[in-house]
Design a protein around this ligand. Structure first.
Ligand code: UD1
Ligand code: CA
Length: 473
């Protein structure tokens, strides 16, 4: 195979010989996903699989993190453009895992290399830390797992004394070798310098016509050097090749997240109906009902209770808040003792003070509601600055948009906005103002006065004929 530029890799190890280079292989196509999205961008818990592997790698204090990209490479690079610690190595043709590692080698500093796969998203930081630690002193170490159905994986072949001899791929295995249940996770740690010697010697005379990274194990043994192994939980080794496996790992991920919350004292009414796509910090005595989805970064203070079927994204929810079922919250802050829902929608830049009440079918956007303010039913409060102890009755609308621009509605403390009123922004309702039901307010409503703006008279017409249903022709 094409030899990488090993001239840049010094032959003699220096004081830096323990520096770690993480190489993540992410060039494969993933045909079986049947998707336009490259495989490593398929999400687990809302984050691309490659992102999860990067997160685990970042705990290792590596000198370099090199991602080998190829299929859909531009898309992959674009998805991680904000993660500037990544060194990208391009593999134009996917000629096998050994060839992929060779493309990363010129970017490595001297020291160790740890090879990871971008499509194994459940690998954990502690397992990688142990694998790296176990490599000190031995030449090469491989992370293995024991599977009841090892189909598809490379098998670890050992001698009678248990010493590793080589790895054989499923497609190249004899029936006897295929019955081995110890598999290669693909995660390997070895000195960069040794990889520089071994990789150019790989040949592709095998069932798949590929340059297998796994063949360096036999080379290590042939050089009279030791191969160490460590084993991990089988889910950590699980690779994703199709949507069924993606869905399966999603549930494993979610169960892990749920278990961590349970261990910290959070009550989950059904841990199997819980979804976290981001981070969730919980205080004491938090209770979460079924089918709640958390996205982005969410903080729940002590005693928060979340009803069933809510979606909560990027929110800070204060002590004792009750969120009732079917509520959707995005980029919002909710003060202590408030209650929201059922069926409420808090859109971005909603800030609720303490003991605010938001009832069913109330929508807020860029709205600030002071302490003790209530909007119990059917209201739209957008671009609004609302004081304390305000009563917003049913059917109140802030008319914030003229078709081109948005305007602010300002409501002072202790105001009362009667049912079915429209507040046409920009407009000010002063402190203690009282707006009569059914008013359309276009000018400042003065403090402490009753402002009423309706059709002038209410008429009743006697002898009026009720419409009658027409008989069908
Ligand atoms: C590989 C291992 C197998 C192991 C299994 C674990 C080899 C030869 N086989 O097999 O022993 O049990 O993983 O999941 O190493 N990739 C590239 N460039 C390439 C080829 C692959 O970047 O040219 C990347 C893929 O994107 C993927 C990873 O390497 O992230 C593994 O490749 P894949 O083709 O899935 O290897 P397997 O056949 O599963
Ligand atoms: Ca695979």
């Amino acid at each position: 195979m094409n030899a990488p530029d090993t001239a840049s890799v010094p032959a003699v190890a220096t004081a830096d010989s323990h520096a770690l280079n993480v190489i993540i292989l992410a060039a494969g196509q993933g045909k079986r996903m049947n998707s336009r999205l490259p495989k490593v961008l398929q999400p687990i818990a809302g984050r691309p699989m490659l992102g999860h592997v990067l997160d685990a790698a970042r705990t290792l204090g590596a000198a370099r993190i090199i991602v080998v990209h190829g299929h859909g490479g531009d898309q992959v690079q674009a998805a991680f453009s904000r993660e500037t610690d990544i060194v990208w190595a391009h593999q134009a043709e996917q000629l096998g895992t050994g060839h992929a590692v060779a493309q990363a080698l010129p970017f490595c500093t001297e020291g160790m290399a740890l090879v990871l796969y971008g499509d194994c998203p459940l690998i954990t930081a502690p397992t990688l830390q142990q694998l790296v630690a176990s490599t000190q002193g031995s030449t090469l170490s491989v992370l293995t797992a024991h599977l009841d159905t090892p189909t598809g994986y490379g098998r670890i072949v050992r001698d009678g004394a248990g010493k590793v001899l080589r790895i054989v791929e499923q497609k190249d295995a004899s029936p006897e070798e295929a019955s081995i249940r110890e598999i290669n996770t693909g995660f390997v740690a070895a000195p960069v310098e040794k990889l520089g010697d071994w990789l150019p010697q790989l040949r592709n005379a095998n069932a798949q016509g590929e340059y297998y990274l796994t063949d360096v194990i036999a080379m290590t043994v042939a050089d009279g050097l030791e191969v160490a192994t460590r084993s991990c939980d089988h889910w950590e080794a699980a690779g994703v090749n199709d949507k069924r496996q993606l869905a399966e790992l999603e549930r494993v991920y979610q169960r892990r997240a749920a278990d961590q919350l349970l261990a910290r004292g959070v009550t989950l009414l059904d841990p199997s109906r819980f979804d976290l796509r981001g981070t969730l910090q919980c205080g004491k005595d938090v209770e979460i009902d079924v089918n709640v989805i958390f996205e982005g970064d969410v903080v729940l203070a002590d005693g928060v209770r979340i009803g069933a079927n809510c979606v909560i994204r990027n929110a800070v929810i204060g002590e004792g808040v009750i969120i009732k079922s079917h509520t959707v919250i995005e980029d919002s802050i909710i003060g202590k003792g408030s209650d929201v829902g059922p069926f409420a929608r808090l859109r971005p830049d909603t800030v609720l003070g303490e003991k605010v009440h938001i009832g069913n079918f109330v929508e807020t956007k860029k709205a600030r509601l002071g302490n003790g303010t209530k909007a119990g039913h059917l209201a739209y409060l957008g671009d609004a600055v609302i004081g304390e102890r305000v009563n917003v009755s049913a059917g109140v609308i802030t008319c914030n948009y003229d078709g081109a621009n948005k305007f602010v509605t300002t409501i002072g403390d202790d105001a009362f906005i009667g049912t079915d009123s429209q507040l046409v922004a920009p407009v000010i309702i002063e402190t203690g103002a009282y707006i009569a039901a059914g008013s359309t307010i276009t000018k400042t409503a003065p403090a402490d006065a009753l402002t009423i703006c309706r059709a002038r008279e209410q008429k009743s017409i006697s002898g009026w004929k009720k419409p009658v249903k027409q008989p069908k022709a």
